[in-house]
Ligand binder design. Structure first.
Ligand code: NAD
Ligand code: ZN
Ligand code: ZN
Length: 368
């Protein structure tokens, strides 16, 4: 089949048409991919050089092409979206509905099944399934628990965004932080993930949503979608805006959605006593930061949390997020600023590098 393949670290993806895809095993589903958004985590894999050869693309939707044994919740022909964290349903983590504690779900990071095999191969060599999905390809085989059936009124293009940016950003606000009505919120970094966090904060009823990003067009997009104040990338500017916007108290919540380690410290600085900083961005593991005096956590009761895919549990949260879109509470259409065919995927990555638009969606299947 046809796919965009990462063959070497740092190189552009190569469009190949000789990729092999195995049939779905028991508990797996084969999805004919129609749309796949371009997320910064794919770019981090390209530049990080730790997973190749690989088919990237993990923010995806499509139509079920085949199901393995024991799969009952979706059938061939169903419209579905895919979520990268597919829980096993049986382990201790799953009993707590916490995908980050489930070994099957966490196998996404290795790009293989938990048994180190992959449904993807080329010329007999294993090909990784980037971020557990591998959707810059005509079809993919994924665990059934990561495949969620969609109502007919949900366009696949809109649904794909929920697969990563939306569940990550909105989930960080509603699930991880549980932002209360009237809270003051800071969001640093306004790509698909940060804009989703802004929308989540609006849904939660935040009274002030103060955002920062060096890119003017992204600040404008955030202001259209719920931000109340926007500043550039200068930390002093953000501190001044937060002081002004919170009457000097500091923010209740700060979300780091740029993937810049130092912004975690900035979040701790701009939140007030009792405030919560949430790490959503995913810099490379070697990017570290100094979080300052730990006594502050005790004296000022500050909290520092991490959020993986918005702490979402597929069967509970995906329908909830779709429902927010259906009721007009989340504007997902306007987050899609560019569309490219599979052959234009590298152009989409160039756009992501220069922070042009918000999300580029790869139309893997030609639009009807
Ligand atoms: N936690 C998770 O589960 C999860 C899921 C998806 C993505 N991510 C990560 O979230 C991050 C954002 O992803 P995205 O696809 O939205 O990326 P993106 O590249 O579209 O957006 C990042 C934004 O951060 C801005 N930025 C850079 N430096 C900044 C600074 N100093 N201050 C303020 N803004 C700054 C950029 O201008 C850009 O607009 C990435 O690190 C990605 O890997 C995490
Ligand atoms: Zn992603
Ligand atoms: Zn599990």
């Amino acid at each position: 089949m046809r796919a965009a393949l990462l063959t070497d670290p740092g190189s552009p993806l190569e469009i190949v048409d000789d990729l092999d895809l195995g049939d779905p095993r028991s508990g797996e589903v084969c999805v004919a991919v129609s749309h796949s958004g371009i997320c910064h985590s794919d770019l981090t894999i390209i530049e990080g050089g730790y997973l190749f050869p690989a088919v990237l693309g993990h923010e995806a939707a499509g139509v079920v092409a085949a199901v393995g044994d024991g799969v009952g919740h979706v059938s061939v022909g169903d419209k579905v979206m895919i979520t990268p964290l597919a829980p096993c349903g049986h382990c201790e983590g799953c009993a707590r509905q916490q995908a980050s504690r489930c070994p099957q779900a966490m196998s996404f990071a290795a790009g293989t099944r938990p048994d180190a095999t992959s449904p993807l191969s080329r010329r007999g060599q294993l090909v990784h399934r980037g971020v557990g999905v591998g959707a810059f390809a005509e079809r993919t085989v994924v665990p059934a628990s990561g495949v969620v059936r969609l109502d007919d009124d949900v366009p696949l293009e809109v649904a794909c965004l929920i697969g990563c940016a939306v569940q990550t950003g909105v989930g960080a606000v509603l699930n991880t932080a549980v932002v209360e009505r009237g809270s003051t919120v800071v969001v640093t970094g306004l790509g698909g993930v940060g804009i989703s966090a802004v929308q989540g904060a609006r849904v939660a009823g935040a009274s002030r949503i103060i955002v920062s990003d060096p890119v003017e067009s992204r600040r404008q997009a955030a202001l259209r979608l719920g931000a109340t104040d926007a500043v550039g990338g200068d930390p002093a500017e953000l501190k001044a805006a937060v002081a002004e916007g919170t009457g000097g108290w500091g923010a209740d919540y700060a979300f780091e959605t740029a993937g810049v380690a130092g912004l975690v410290r900035l979040g701790l600085d701009v939140t007030g006593a009792g405030g919560t900083t949430v790490v959503v961005g995913a810099p490379l593991p070697e990017h570290t930061t100094d979080i300052g005096s730990v006594a502050l956590f005790m004296l000022q009761q500050k909290r520092l949390l991490g959020s993986l895919l918005g702490d979402c549990w597929p069967s509970r949260d995906i329908p909830r997020l779709v429902g927010l879109w259906q009721r007009g509470e989340l504007d997902l259409e306007s987050m899609i600023t560019h569309r490219v065919p599979l052959s234009g995927v590298n152009e989409g990555f160039d756009r992501l590098r220069s922070a042009e638009g918000v999300r580029t969606v790869v139309e893997v299947a030609a639009p009807a």
